[in-house]
Design a protein around this ligand. Structure first.
Ligand code: AMP
Ligand code: MG
Length: 427
């Protein structure tokens, strides 16, 4: 983190969000696809996993020219230019999975079902609803069809040897279907990222325990655990760590021994206890950043060295529950996906019209909890989901998106387009 200069917390300088994101992206390299990091999983268990190697197709898909419709297959050259086309049907039907090895002469046609292999020489299918079958003839109305229509070509979806799925793909349902369509039953995937998680703070109480005066329950650990699980990480839950050097040292040692990354919230990030900052500073090149954003200013990132010599990437998030989640989505999500070997990490970004005016000054990025929906006329519209206090989780649960106002942007007028990150695909 040397290129960032002195710790902004110390210098008082605020770091733009993009600079912080870039620094994280530069620092993190994907786990290499070595035997230690790769496993082969049956398709049924591969959803959401990161593909470890590109998959090339061993076959043409589809493997044969075939019919896209139920109807009659014939020679496209028989279509009449000026009037209806009349064909004489064979007394046969070609079904999917049962290729027809007879010959279909010019002027003749054969009944064919969707997916059936096109008989030799035929290139066109008239869908049944376009055919009039009467008096031993099949008639197709003038201009209803062009030669070559309704035939799927061999290799049209994917040619043999072509890249079917790129390495780094986070496998989605269609990807599993595509792999199966190639005859594959398993895929090489990256192992799950191991992420240690703990909360810090003497004022934090564990849910299920009584709440002493002045205490707040540890909500961050459960919200962040969910966020990490959605990313496909294996979470090592280290619980709640007191603001105490020995406890913190023990947690750091365990996290660095077992995990690829460590996510913490509260205390550590703020460095509100000096020994915390000291411990982290002596355990690696941790950057303590005051990021120009709201919510979520204090944030620390860097390689954390364990007593055993093993390092893990630290993402120390602010304690305020919404700030913790927002900084997770803005900084940790992409970083962790990248570490896990995923290549398609950016969140979905849409534009929507702001329902109301929003006051903002240039010089920091703002993330509002928001509801995006179809407004009058069907276009996307976005509005706040309630109080934007950094600790107010309720407006986060009622939101379905983050409304993002970039660093240089000033106030927004009602009706102006603003950037929106829908939670679907993000969280
Ligand atoms: P800090 O970053 O430690 O200064 O914490 C900022 C605010 O977030 C304080 O009000 C803390 O009580 C609260 N906070 C810190 N950690 C948690 C947590 N794990 N769950 C809920 N609130 C927290
Ligand atoms: Mg604290």
């Amino acid at each position: 983190m040397a290129e960032l200069g002195p710790s902004p917390l110390v210098s008082g300088r605020e770091l733009p969000v993009d600079a912080a994101r870039d620094a994280i992206a530069r620092a993190l390299q994907p786990l290499p696809p070595t035997p230690d990091n790769v496993l082969v999983l049956p398709l049924a268990q591969a959803l959401g996993r990161v593909l470890a190697a590109s998959i090339t197709s061993p076959i043409d898909v589809p493997a044969h020219d075939n019919s896209a419709m139920d109807g009659y297959a014939f020679h496209g050259a028989d279509l009449q230019a000026g009037g209806p086309t009349s064909l004489e049907p064979l007394d046969a039907t070609v079904y999917a999975g049962a290729p027809f090895d007879g010959e279909v002469a010019r002027g003749r046609c054969v009944r064919i079902m969707t997916g059936a292999v096109m008989p030799a020489g035929l290139d066109t299918v008239a869908p049944i609803e376009l055919c009039q079958v009467e008096g031993g003839r099949v008639t197709i109305a003038a201009g209803a069809l062009r030669a070559g229509e309704n035939r799927r070509r061999r290799g049209e979806d994917l040619a043999r040897g072509g890249v079917a799925l790129p390495a780094g793909r986070v496998l989605r349902p269609a990807d599993l279907g595509l792999a199966a369509s190639l005859g594959l039953e398993q895929l090489p995937v990256m192992r799950r990222l191991r992420v240690a998680l703990f909360s810090t703070g003497d004022e934090i109480a564990v849910p299920g325990q009584p709440q002493a005066p002045g205490q707040v329950y540890d909500s961050n650990r459960f919200a962040l655990m969910g966020a990490l699980q959605r990313l496909g990480a294996e979470v090592i839950d280290l619980g709640l760590v007191r603001d105490d050097p020995a406890a913190l040292r023990a947690a750091v040692d365990r996290a660095t021994a077992e995990a690829d990354a460590v996510v913490t919230s509260g205390g550590v990030s703020m460095g509100d206890a000096d020994y915390t900052r000291e411990l982290l500073a002596e355990r690696g090149e941790i950057g303590f950043w005051k990021v120009a954003m709201r919510p979520g200013r204090p944030f620390a990132f860097g390689p954390l060295q364990g007593a055993g010599g093993r390092a893990a990437w630290l993402f120390a998030l602010p304690g305020n529950p919404v700030a913790a989640l927002v900084t997770f989505y803005v900084f940790a999500r992409e970083g962790l996906l990248r570490l896990a070997g995923a290549t398609d990490a950016p969140p979905t970004r849409l534009l929507a019209r702001s329902a109301v005016a929003i006051r903002k000054r240039p010089g920091r990025t703002e993330y509002q909890r928001a509801i995006v929906e179809r407004g009058a006329g069907g276009a996307l519209q976005v509005r706040s989901s309630g109080s934007q206090g950094a600790g107010v989780l309720r407006s986060m649960t009622e939101a379905n998106a983050l409304l993002v106002l970039p660093h240089d942007r000033g106030s927004v007028e009602a009706g102006e387009l603003v950037e929106v990150w829908p939670f679907d695909g993000l969280v």
